[in-house]
Every structure is written in C-alpha cells, then in structure tokens.
Ligand binder design. Structure first.
Ligand code: NAP
Length: 247
C-alpha cells in the first residue's frame, strides 16, 4: 500500500556515514522525507534515522547494495511504499582505494566499477521510470578527476563515467523537467578520504585549496541542497566542483 504523500521524498545512497549522512540531515532539515540507504553499516543508519525522526523529520533506513539491480529496485520500492513517490535521488554511495594502476587487482577494478559506476547506473535507470516530473538527480563525482594524482586511475575512471552519464541523462529526460547534475567534492574529512593516509598527507591535502582546509561533509551537503532545492531549478547537466577553489 502506498502511503499518502506529505512531503517531497529523497533517496540518498550511502547515507549511513560521511557525506551521505550530512546530505540526509540537510535534506530532512529542508523538509524532505529521506530514505537513508546503506550497504552494511546498519547501526549507523538506524541511529541516523532515529535522530532525524526524533527531530520531527520523516526518514527510513534501507539496506541495499547499489551495485545490485534487485537491491536498487527494492530501495525505490521501500521509499515509495513508506514515504511516497521519489522526487530527489542523490547518488552518493562510493568507494575509493588508491593503488598505482600496474598494481591494481582484478577484484579491486571490478568492485570499484561495480559500486561507483554500476551503482549510479542502476539508480539512474530505475529513476527514469520512477522519479517525479520536476525531480532532481544529483550524482557524486570527485575533484580528483581534475588533479590526475598517481594512484587514482581506477577511481577517476569511475567518476569520469558518472560525469558522462550525468550529461547524457540530463538530455534523455527532456520534457520531464528533471535536472541531473554532479557535485564534485575536493578532499572531505570522512573515512573514505582519511583512512590509510598519514597525518602529513592529510596536512598536505588540507593546504591544497586556497581556503587552506579540508572540506567538511556539510560543505558538500550545502551544494547538494542547492541543486535539490528551488534555487537550483535552472542548473542542468552540470558538474559543480565543491572544493574551496582547489581546481
Ligand atoms: P564514506 O565516508 O566512505 O561513506 C561511504 C558510504 O557509502 C557509506 O554510507 C557506505 O555504507 C556507502 N556504501 C559503500 N558501498 C555501498 C554500496 N555498494 N551500496 C550502498 N552503499 C554503499 O565516503 P564519503 O567520503 O562520504 O563519500 C561519499 C561520496 O563522495 C562517494 O561517492 C565519494 O567518491 C565522493 N567523494 C568523496 C570525497 C572525500 O574526500 N571524502 C571527495 C570526492 C568525492 P556502508 O557503511 O553501509 O558500507
């Protein structure tokens, strides 16, 4: 049974932690009912949903691996049944492991493409049939694509694909008033960026932007909220680099 719709509905993939959790918090603050997707961090996702509900928001946690088309269908179905027709899709789930191309394993290549590219593809294909007219789609790319740092070949390859999907899909949705954009963060203080880096490496990255600090998850949530909200209506098929001027 589909619930009566009380507010705009958003799905945020990979929202148990990091940037996705900040986006979910911000969208609930902006009045959206939010489906908080995650792959394995159920305790974090449940705690986030409890926090949002306690503050008077509408949110549900939905487990699902975005690289699996069946899980993605289940994610949309859970959102539709429990919150209502989906108006905003934020494709945030992603993984990063930096390894020189020559040392990359078949498994790492396959896994990174399955989640970062296959996950966005599955979500977009399903969105074509399910998103409300006038809806918004925001995909997470990365400023690393502009930096060409050693070790980022596989990851940058996935984000190049995400940017390509964004530009084409924006045109394929002609007539539906749906916008499709990317937000491309610079380094943001989350597990994905911090894990495996020395304090010295983190300090170096912090100094790269002329604003001389790391991005925080809220910096990225602000950019996503702009694209998801009324002020972002005329932005379509674009990549917004939210990186403090790094590149
Ligand atoms: P993070 O802290 O590592 O969090 C990643 C999130 O994605 C978690 O909620 C994780 O859920 C989820 N996830 C991973 N694999 C998944 C899958 N197969 N299906 C569903 N969810 C999955 O990462 P983050 O830094 O917030 O990054 C978010 C996005 O921003 C990514 O697309 C990343 O490439 C991009 N980005 C990040 C930075 C940065 O510096 N942090 C810079 C540029 C771009 P579980 O815990 O349940 O696995």
């Amino acid at each position: 049974m589909t619930s009566a719709k009380q507010s705009s509905v958003a799905i945020v993939t990979g929202a148990s932690r990091g940037i996705g959790a900040a986006i979910a918090r911000r969208l609930v603050r902006d009045g959206f009912a939010v489906a908080v997707n995650y792959a394995s961090s159920s305790a974090e996702a449940d705690a986030l949903v409890a926090e949002l509900v306690q503050q008077g928001g509408r949110a549900i946690a939905v487990r699902g691996d975005v690289s699996k088309a069946d899980d993605v269908r289940g994610l949309y179905e859970a959102a539709e049944q429990q919150l209502g027709k989906v108006d905003v899709v934020v494709n945030n789930a992603g993984i990063l492991k930096t390894v020189p191309l020559a040392q990359t394993s078949d498994e790492l290549f396959a896994q990174t493409f399955a989640i970062n590219v296959g996950g966005v593809f599955n979500m977009l294909r399903e969105a074509a049939a399910r998103i409300s007219d006038g809806g918004r789609i925001i995909n997470l790319s990365s400023t690393t694509l502009a930096l060409n740092l050693p070790g980022y070949s596989i990851y940058n390859g996935t984000k190049a694909a995400v940017e390509a999907f964004t530009r084409v899909f924006a045109k394929e949705l002609r007539g539906r008033r749906v916008t499709v954009n990317c937000v491309a963060p610079g380094p943001v203080a989350t597990d994905l960026f911090l894990n495996g880096k020395t304090d010295e490496q983190i300090a170096q990255f912090s100094k790269m932007s002329p604003l001389e600090r790391l991005g925080q998850p809220d910096d990225i949530a602000n950019a996503v909220a702009f694209l998801a909200g009324p002020d972002g209506a005329w932005i379509n098929g674009q990549v917004l680099r939210a990186n403090g001027g790094l590149a």
